[in-house]
Ligand binder design. Sequence first.
Ligand code: FAD
Length: 433
Amino acid sequence: MKKKKVAIIGAGYTGMIIAKELCHEYDVDLIDARNEIGGMTATFDAYGTDLEYFYRHIFKSDKYAIDLIKELGLDDMMEWNVTRMGYYVKDKGSYDFGTPISLLKFKPLDLWSKFRFGLGFIKIKLIRDYHKLENVTADEWLSKNLNKKSYECIFKPLLISKFGEAYKEISMVWLWNKLVARNSSSKNNGEALGYLKGSYSKLTKKVEEYLKDNGVKIILNTSITNITKSNNKYKLITGTYDKVIMTSSLPVCKELIKGLNIDKTYAKKLISVDYTAAKVLVLFLKKSFMPYYWLNIGDSDIPFGGLIQHTNMQDKKMYGNNHVLYISNYMYPDNPLYKMNKDELLDEYLPHLKKINPDFDKKWVKRVEVYHEDFAQQIVKNNYYKHIPDNKIPHEQLYVASMAQIYPEDRGMNNAIKLGIEVANLIIKNDNK
Ligand SMILES: Cc1cc2nc3c(=O)[nH]c(=O)nc-3n(C[C@H](O)[C@H](O)[C@H](O)COP(=O)(O)OP(=O)(O)OC[C@H]3O[C@@H](n4cnc5c(N)ncnc54)[C@H](O)[C@@H]3O)c2cc1C
């Protein structure tokens, strides 16, 4: 019997996994606007080794990612390194952070504030049922359960650096999930984070090989701009299909189906989630910038939210003996920094980098790369679940498998894989009804 023809728009991890799960029963086209698959996990050549444009690690609890790595025979390349985290406090400097001992030694907070912070932290981790938090913002919960000083010194700057003005609206469910997800990776001396030696491009290539071996047609450099329908088939510039699965951000999905007569309530949901964008600068340095893998920036005068020194987790020999420093910045696309090129952005950041490490000099910088993503993080507000559209569009053979549908967990490679498996199973189940 002729197999049904399916188009998957977007070859990030969600789209790749849907293709992997469907390829035995369907005739699959996997389409992406970019010139390679992998989406946000894209890499570039860093002195002979692939390196992600967006810093990358997984947690011990990332079961779906770990299972995929094992299934494709890469588990002996997986490294779990205990990493050191720091916190930069305005006018005070950088401090170790993230372990019970570091909290005790954390000078910017007095003993009482540390106690309240520690107690609040334990209280969050003891919450089992997140539904009780649906109506509470992180700002409200933390203001009530920590003291003002510890909230304003630690959590508030973190929320602002990720969500800007929207920080007051972020649901406590989002923060709860972030902290609980990291639980299994926490060690007394730091956090064990997983990295695939030589980059996650190794995994992407393995999935790509699997897809090609199983008949998936991968169509790159092709941006889909709309979907039309006639005789119960969907038309894209790449062909005619029985089903289409969209893995783009929700507003892009809405745009793709604007010519179709979609259920109005459903269509409305596609524009009811907001996003922040992200712009990440990657610096190759002659000298080490800091002793930490991850440094959170708790200073609203500094225009970026975090520094990640990748070579404190991986050997710098892999990258031509250079130290790799990511400068992470979540922002809205109307922020002037979002339009800057890599040199302008570096010039903007230099005085702030010097504030954090006074010895730092522009001469340390050997190479700069920049990467951005317009829909980098969904903004999870109270009662977020009410805004999530179903995976199947009513009365159509159209499916949405988008990062913003992941809840209560946060986005991430692991959850993209999980979403891909769930949506593929849903499609198979619906067809077998
Ligand atoms: C700065 C940053 C750091 C991160 N760090 C980590 C980390 O350390 N660990 C982790 O697990 N996760 C991390 N993530 C999150 C993780 O990368 C994502 O959650 C995951 O990769 C999303 O996969 P996806 O398939 O849903 O989306 P994407 O990877 O965005 O894939 C969607 C694909 O669809 C394509 N597309 C969209 N619209 C169209 C169209 N109309 N036509 C054709 N193609 C289209 C895009 O080109 C893209 O390739 C990070 C994200 C960011 C922004």
